[in-house]
Design a protein around this ligand. Structure first.
Ligand code: NAI
Ligand code: OAA
Length: 253
């Protein structure tokens, strides 16, 4: 499988450095609006930096988007309409129902697959199982440092309380996890975002209640030094999903 990367920042750097093109997967093409970032990853992996997405589309089987929700909106349909699979990190863009439906239809029409790794959130396996019954309530409380959220505060402060659809609009590169949870639950979940000078990790607490019973998950994710908004776990989840394509045994939903 030949993979192209759209967006060569913190997540892409970890994927390239950890993955090293084993398991029959060759991460070969790189695109970024900042060409130096694409060239840097191309050099590390003996790959090719391109100036336009169209330069990679004929040659890849899958594009891994790790850029931004806006980049996903610009490029997703073109990727899928070229019959290429797509792995999405900027899941927040998919809270736009019309856009999600277009992606769904295009994927069906072009025999393409769209994957959203679990990213920085823990518990999607349980939610997917729970969604076979009725999910009655789901909420996410995210706590990040002032550096992660780009705020100067002396004490913890609630920055947002409301629905996931609004959270992803207001914090597009900080709360994609709310979209992943919402899509898995098939509801616009409740979200609280807290800036807390006492934490240096990205903390996500999830509560889900439904026919299955109830679960809580809590993760204290180590952020990237290069981009403290983003948890290392998000890059690891994409790597694990890429590796799973060549595995013959799978555990978890
Ligand atoms: N699903 C999840 O759980 C998570 C998702 N994310 C999302 O994944 C995405 C990538 O995250 P990071 O690697 O931490 O970000 P980053 O900011 O470190 O890297 C993003 C890269 O994409 C490039 N870029 C931005 N817009 C572009 C465009 N229109 N075309 C081409 N390149 C473009 C930037 O120049 C940058 O090099 C972000 O949208 C982030 O919010 C981040 C963490 C968790
Ligand atoms: O990486 C994280 O902890 C969460 C994040 O930034 C996102 O969901 O966009």
């Amino acid at each position: 499988m030949i993979v192209g990367i759209l967006g060569c920042g913190a997540i892409a750097n970890t994927i390239v450095n950890e993955f090293l093109s084993d398991d029959g997967i060759d991460i070969k093409y790189f695109y970024d609006t900042d060409i130096e970032r694409a060239e840097n990853l191309a050099q590390i992996s003996n790959g090719i930096a391109v100036l336009e997405m169209d330069e990679m589309l004929d040659n890849v089987d899958l594009v891994l988007e790790s850029a931004s929700p806006i980049a996903l909106k610009v490029h997703a349909l073109n990727i899928i309409e070229n019959g290429k699979d797509l792995m999405v990190m900027s899941v927040g863009a998919l809270m736009d129902k019309e856009f999600r439906q277009k992606i769904h239809k295009a994927a069906q029409a072009n025999n393409a697959k769209v994957y959203a790794p679990s990213g920085a959130i823990v518990g999607l396996d349980g939610i997917k199982a729970a969604s076979i019954g009725k999910i009655k309530k789901a909420s996410l409380t995210t706590r990040k440092s002032p550096k992660s959220l780009g705020r100067e505060v002396e004490e913890e402060e609630i920055l947002f309380e409301g629905k996931a659809s609004e959270a992803v609009e207001r914090f597009p590169v900080n709360i994609n996890v709310a979209a992943s949870l919402s899509i898995a639950c098939n509801m616009d979940i409740d979200v609280k975002i807290i800036v807390d000078p006492k934490v240096d990790r990205n903390v996500h607490e999830v509560l889900v209640q439904g026919d299955f019973g109830e679960f809580r998950s809590s993760s204290e994710n180590v952020p990237f030094a290069a981009n403290p908004k983003t948890s290392m776990l998000a890059a690891f989840s994409a790597i694990k999903l890429l590796k799973s394509f060549s595995e013959c045994f799978s555990v978890g939903t």
